[in-house]
Structures are given as structure tokens and as C-alpha cells.
Design a protein around this ligand. Sequence first.
Ligand code: MN
Length: 228
Amino acid sequence: MSDLVLTPPAPVRLATTSGGEIGVHRIFCVGQNYADHVREMGGTVSADPPIFFMKPASALVPSGATIPFPPATDDLHHEAELVVVIGRGGAGIDAADAPAHIWGYAAGNDLTRRDLQAAAKGKGRPWDMAKGFDNSAVLGAATPRADAPGAETARILCTVDGATRQDGTISDMIWTVPQIIAHLSGLVTLETGDLIMTGTPAGVGPLARGQTCIVEIEGLEPASVTLT
Ligand code: MN
């Protein structure tokens, strides 16, 4: 009998604007963080704590990629989001201390199988397969915090083949970036290389084969993806 060596895929890396790379540990996501998007999804804005879910790091797609239309869905949606890159980990981080834990920011697209999400919501089941599928986290190159002072208040846009679908303002988030870090680090210990997708404004909608979807945030590199 011969030894069997199992070799997992290489660690996932995110490009930086200076030509470097960040080793990606985990991808956390915030749900329902813009009031206008909560309303368009048929929900009501509440004072409950933020909702978190996850995508595997292996779901990361670098901007400019062409990906196959995902399986098991007839309703693939774009969600334009500010992504926070954690540089220094920690647990129980106070919101006031949160900026010191941020390495930088990226533009991201939280691709969503909306039909699977709706079915899961209807039965009170987890969202994992609606959110954490292959190629579901499209990310632009990450910009250091010092080079993106306006990232947490910037305009955020999503276009599909040049037509504007989402046009929001990040300062309209219900939970600010420091509040998100405080809540999340009260649930899990954050680590270097964790990413947080911070939620999407109104205007989410379907993508079709052949279309190119671009998320743009003022001051950051765009996150572009084309579907085949
Ligand atoms: Mn989202």
C-alpha cells in the first residue's frame, strides 16, 4: 500500500495597489446594512445587531476575471460592497480602537444566488449555498488605509454593461465599519488577512451570461467580472 499525500489548493491571495499580495484568511459578510436595500428585499429596518455570514476564502475572484455562470441558479445577483481588510487581529475590539485594526479597503461584489437565498429564508435555513459558492467574491486590488481616507464615506456604484444599477453612499450604512468590527470581534477572534464585506445599497439585480459587472468606489480600484 502506498502513502497517499493530499495537497490542498494554494492559499488565496488578494492583490494590493502597490503590487503586493495579502494572504486571505476568511471572508465575513454583513447582511442588510443599508436601509434602502433592506426595504427593497421586503424587510423592515430594525435595531437588531448586524447579521453576519461567510464565504470561503476560495470564493475570491480577482477583478478582471471571466467566470462561468454559476450552477443551480436562475437569478444571480450583483451586490456592490465596501470590503475591509483586517491587518491586525483581535477579540473584543472597541469601536474606537477599530481603525488601528484595518489594513485597508477594496471594492467588492457579493455575488448571490437570490433564488436559493429566498428559498432558504422562506424555510429558515442557512444562506451558505446562496452566498458561499465558487467565484462568489469578486474583489478589486486592496488600497492601504492611509491612501483611502474617504473610503468609509465614498460613493459606491455598480454598472452592468455600462448601465448604472446601484448608486449609493457608504456613509448610509446602518452599521459603520468600526461598529461592524466591534460586533464581529465580539463573536469571533479576528485575524490578519480576514476580509469583511460590509453590505450593499439598493439596486441589486440579475446578471446574465455575457455581461460585465463593475463595482466602483471612489478612491479604490474597481472590481470587475464578466460572466460566460
Ligand atoms: Mn451582500
